[in-house]
Ligand binder design. Structure first.
Ligand SMILES: Cc1ncc(COP(=O)(O)O)c(C=O)c1O
Length: 449
């Protein structure tokens, strides 16, 4: 019989939270910053693959993956071995001041995944938000302009520059005073709630008209705009994909005016959608692409990748002490091997399988308004009633909590969406367990209306 960690599906042995978990929660309440947002009391101890065990010996199937981070699952033996080997050899050197082999090695592998004929260059960071900060600076530096356009609903991070681009939830900005100036937000093409009744393929034409006809005419001359930044699939905003034509048109507009086309693939990248980058599905070629989260299977790493003719900043203009730390790079190289050899394809296949499995949900459950996404980046929007599309945040929260009590870890996204972002290694049995469990949760939550 496999141990709980080796099993493919969860096993609960105590009421939740269990006694050990309660002890940690008490200590946490005393000492930890209250700004964290914990949806349910999971106190994790160990993880393997898509299974996480808590401090009381309960095991869970993880369809959250530490917010889409543990791309190769928890503690993949090859990632662990790479980290251990590197930690015994060289932990830190600072790539800002010295050289080490894995920096250009990983950079070369990353840029090979990027579309476009021009050579690319890479700057490594510690996180997604730091990659976005760098992208803002790079776009300004490369264009000598300072205005930016971003989208409502998008999340780009919490440091002051990235937060200025973020327009996801007002609590993320409230109380922090003035942010970066010169940023305008425009609507994101959200097909399920499209004011013009468009489909997932056609939603957004009016937004582009607004950009060219209003913003560029009344607010910012396009020649003052340094960059337009977009998530090809909105993450924190509710797992909303932008239509292919929309991304292509944005690229055309950027090229026309010499604006940097910045694509934030912090959540959608690294194989999650079945390709290295979600933007590949639209056939676009970003000037600057930001990555983090799944890039190093849980070790803190981010990357700014840009066309060679864009990344021309001079020595000293940008740097970092820890970004691109050797141990994180070793984890990333092992992660790329695994994604390339198996998990990108598995994400595509299991995504297709799951979408097939979930296809009837909007017919079978009146509280399921929309099922959308790509690969293993799947959003399920919960509504009070399909006819009115009234957002049902309370039901969504109830479903997330019910799922936890049945051994399935999922997270919310946006106001009323459940996100499925499992490790890219899940198999059919695990996909079926997740789908079955969510169906039970929908039935139970539906009774509460
Ligand atoms: C699309 C996107 N960009 C940027 C970030 C910020 O990344 P980090 O939390 O690593 O700073 C996130 C985090 O959720 C994200 O989803």
């Amino acid at each position: 019989m496999p141990t709980t960690l080796e099993a493919k599906t969860p096993r609960l042995v105590t009421a939740l939270p269990g006694p050990n978990a309660k002890r940690v929660l008490e200590q946490d309440a005393k000492f930890m910053s209250p700004s964290y947002t914990r949806d349910y009391p999971l106190v994790a101890k160990r993880g393997l693959g898509a299974i996480v065990e808590d401090v009381d010996g309960n095991s869970f199937l993880d369809f959250a993956a530490g917010i889409a981070v543990c791309s190769t699952g928890h503690c993949h033996p090859k990632v662990v071995a790479a980290i251990q080997k590197q930690a015994a050899e060289l932990i830190h050197m600072s790539g800002t001041d010295f050289y080490y082999e894995s920096m250009p090695q990983l950079a070369e592998r990353l840029v090979r995944t990027m579309p476009g004929a021009e050579s690319k260059k890479v700057f490594f960071t510690n996180s997604g938000t730091e990659a976005i900060e760098g992208a803002i600076k790079l776009a300004r530096y490369a264009t000598r302009r300072d205005k930016m356009i971003a989208f409502y609903g998008c999340f780009h991070g919490r440091t002051m520059g990235a937060l200025s681009l973020t327009a996801s939830k007002s609590t993320q900005r409230k109380g922090f005073g003035a942010l970066l100036g010169g940023i305008e937000h425009i609507p994101y093409p959200y097909a399920y709630r499209c004011a013009h009744g468009h489909t997932a393929e056609t939603c957004g034409a009016e937004i582009l008209e607004q950009l060219e006809g209003q913003i560029f005419k009344r607010l910012f001359d396009p020649e003052d705009v340094a960059g337009i930044i977009i998530e090809p699939i909105q993450g924190e905003g509710g797992y909303v994909p932008a239509p292919k034509f929309f991304l292509q048109e944005l690229q055309r507009i950027c090229r026309q005016h010499g604006i940097m086309f910045i694509v934030d693939e912090v959540q959608s990248g690294m194989g999650r959608t079945g390709k290295w980058w979600a933007s590949e599905h639209a056939g676009i070629e970003p000037d600057i692409l930001c990555s983090a989260k799944g890039i190093a299977s849980g070790m803190p790493l981010g990357a700014i990748m840009a066309r060679e003719s864009v990344m021309l900043w001079k020595p000293g203009s940008h740097g970092t002490t820890f970004g691109g730390n050797p141990v994180c790079l070793a984890a990333a190289l092992a992660t790329m091997d695994l994604i390339e050899s198996e998990y990108k394809e598995n994400a595509r296949r299991m995504g297709e399988y799951l979408f097939g499995r979930l296809a009837d949900w909007t017919k079978n459950f009146n509280i399921v308004g929309d099922v959308r996404g790509r690969g293993l980046m799947i959003g399920i929007e919960i509504v009070r009633d399909q006819r009115t599309k009234e957002k049902a945040a309370d039901l969504r929260n109830a479903i997330v909590d019910l799922a936890f009590h049945k051994g399935l870890l999922v997270l919310g996204a946006g106001e009323n969406t459940i996100r499925l972002s499992p490790p890219l290694l899940i198999d059919q049995e695990q996909a079926d367990f997740a789908a079955r469990t969510l169906e039970e949760c929908f039935r139970e939550a539906g009774k509460k209306i």
